[in-house]
Design a binder for this molecule. Structure first.
Ligand code: NAD
Length: 293
């Protein structure tokens, strides 16, 4: 049976590795944090003493790490140990520049590579229903797909190297901006004496419609499953939204794209995070816009 190495067994990587085991795969994991190694071992992931040990003889190597600097440092450490014909998949959300560098490092080592960031959060990671946005050569994507299918239900090939990360940050820039616009509209409606339900009923079937409104409504009531009904517990934490908006701003600056709405969204989420709301759901920004602190 082919061997999979899984590096980074945190909030996302832990349940993703567990789903690979459930699908009958031979998974060898490593994380710097001993408690996370123990938790993964309880899910029948075979724990390696180091990342290098996990990678030796692996056919597929998956990384799920915090940021670009971690991915580059881990890939630099392990690529030279990779088996001939191995495939490297990075599912972390990282900056596009680092994603390109990771692909270059893999190419220099003669290893196929795919950037495959995800959406769907920890719930999707546990349920195996993540969306994977993939960048890389056709052959590398074709090899990655059956593995990703054990962890997700939608696997999209977005283009060549870095295209998965590009898709992820463009999508989340839309999400951040539409959430703020939706929250502002509810705050204005409150001032005008218009009920939340009336605005929802009109906008959800009119041109103001968006995922932020119909799936993740920032006021309690109209969408019972939205975090607004659960005191804005995440969900998708404001800290992660800020991370993704900063990545999109970094990409906009280096590519020369004008993204004034994205820049404003990044600034507003920076203020919201700095006001002590990093662990709140990102839709909680409506309370900040009302001036509730
Ligand atoms: P996390 O911090 O829980 O997990 C990252 C893990 O990487 C940690 O356990 C850490 O110990 C480990 N790590 C760091 N350096 C390492 C090294 N050198 N060797 C081995 N392990 C190392 O983060 P997470 O929530 O699992 O997110 C992982 C990635 O997925 C991030 O890039 C994040 O932006 C992205 N993401 C997260 C969510 C979410 O809802 N949490 C959703 C979509 C995407």
């Amino acid at each position: 049976m082919s061997k999979i190495a899984f590096i980074g067994l945190g909030h996302m990587g832990g349940p993703m590795a567990a789903n690979l085991v459930k699908a009958g795969r031979d998974v060898h994991g490593f994380d710097l944090v001993p408690a996370l190694r123990d938790a993964a071992a309880a899910d029948a992931v075979k724990i390696a003493p180091t990342a290098a040990d996990a990678v030796r003889d692996a056919d597929i190597v998956i990384t799920m790490l915090p940021a670009g600097k971690h991915v580059l440092s881990v890939w630099q450490e392990i690529l030279s140990l990779a088996k001939t014909g191995a495939l490297f998949i990075d599912s972390s959300t990282i900056d596009v520049e680092s994603a390109h560098k990771a692909h270059e490092l893999a190419q220099q080592a003669g290893v196929a590579s795919v950037d495959a960031p995800v959406s769907g959060g920890t719930g999707g990671a546990k349920a195996g229903t993540l969306t994977f946005m993939c960048g890389g050569a056709d052959a590398a994507f074709a090899s990655a797909r059956p593995v990703l299918e054990h962890m997700g239900k939608k696997i999209v090939h977005c283009g060549g190297a870095g295209a998965g990360q590009a898709a992820k940050i463009c999508n989340n820039m839309i999400l951040g901006a539409t959430m703020i616009a939706t929250a502002e509209a509810f705050v204005l409606a409150e001032k005008l004496g218009l009920s939340h339900q009336a605005l929802f009923d009109v906008a959800s079937t009119s041109s103001g419609q968006s995922w932020s409104l119909t799936n993740y409504c920032p006021v309690p009531g109209p969408v019972p499953a939205s975090p607004a009904n659960n005191d804005y517990k995440p969900g998708f934490a404001a800290a992660l939204m800020l991370k993704d908006l900063k990545l999109s701003q970094q990409a906009a600056a280096s590519s020369g794209a004008a993204t004034p709405m994205g820049a404003t969204a990044a600034q507003l989420y920076a203020l919201f995070n700095a006001a002590g709301h990093a662990d709140d759901d990102f839709s909680g920004i409506i309370r900040f816009l009302r001036g509730e602190g």
